[in-house]
Design a protein around this ligand. Structure first.
Ligand SMILES: Cc1cc2nc3c(=O)[nH]c(=O)nc-3n(C[C@H](O)[C@H](O)[C@H](O)COP(=O)(O)OP(=O)(O)OC[C@H]3O[C@@H](n4cnc5c(N)ncnc54)[C@H](O)[C@@H]3O)c2cc1C
Length: 153
């Protein structure tokens, strides 16, 4: 897994691809990192995702065995990946998206119908509380989703 918001990620990804270890899950990054090491503005993070997709999907990188699954619910990122893949000769079956269980279900189904791979992230086990607190810290709006589910709305 690599986080696009980190300043170092683009060069890490290039170096790993050169070393034949270019198999990634690309995500934006969930934590509150300081500006000294991470992009903090949303458009800049999205741009970093686009740059990583370009790097991983290029013919040169693929010749070195690169593969990148796109872990995002952002249609800007998803549409960029689809367009770039199409323009560079990747079939939908060679493109994998990953999303969290229950988030943007219609988009998940639509992508599968279009022939893309879709992997769903399902947390399980006994450590649900720290996981839940991390997801809340990442996105406080999740508290509303949780409370609605709790009262059955
Ligand atoms: C499979 C998977 C694995 C991940 N692994 C890691 C990891 O190892 N390390 C890490 O730092 N981050 C990880 N993340 C989180 C990731 O870095 C982002 O914080 C998160 O996915 C939100 O970014 P986005 O690309 O979906 O775009 P955003 O612009 O943040 O979201 C687009 C839209 O999707 C919806 N959405 C997104 N996230 C949620 C949510 N949690 N709940 C409800 N709605 C939501 C909202 O409608 C939002 O407007 C992972 C994400 C996925 C899907």
């Amino acid at each position: 897994m690599v986080q696009a918001y980190l300043h170092r990620t683009q060069s890490d990804v290039e170096a790993l691809i050169d070393d034949g270890m270019g198999h990634f899950r690309l995500c934006k990054g969930a934590y509150d990192e300081p500006a000294t090491i991470a992009y903090r503005e949303r458009p800049r993070v999205t741009q970093a995702m686009h740059e990583l997709i370009r790097t991983c999907y290029s013919a040169e990188s693929r010749a070195k065995g690169a593969f990148a699954a796109i872990a995002s619910h952002d249609e800007d990122v998803i549409n960029f990946a689809k367009a770039y893949a199409y323009q560079h000769g990747l079939a939908p079956s060679q493109v994998e998206f990953q999303m969290l269980y229950g988030i943007r279900r219609e988009l998940q189904t639509a992508l599968v119908k279009q022939g893309y791979k879709m992997r769903i992230y399902v947390p399980y086990g006994t450590h649900w509380y720290p996981y839940f607190m991390r997801r809340l810290a990442e996105r406080p709006a999740n508290l509303l989703f949780f409370l609605r589910a709790l009262v059955g709305d």
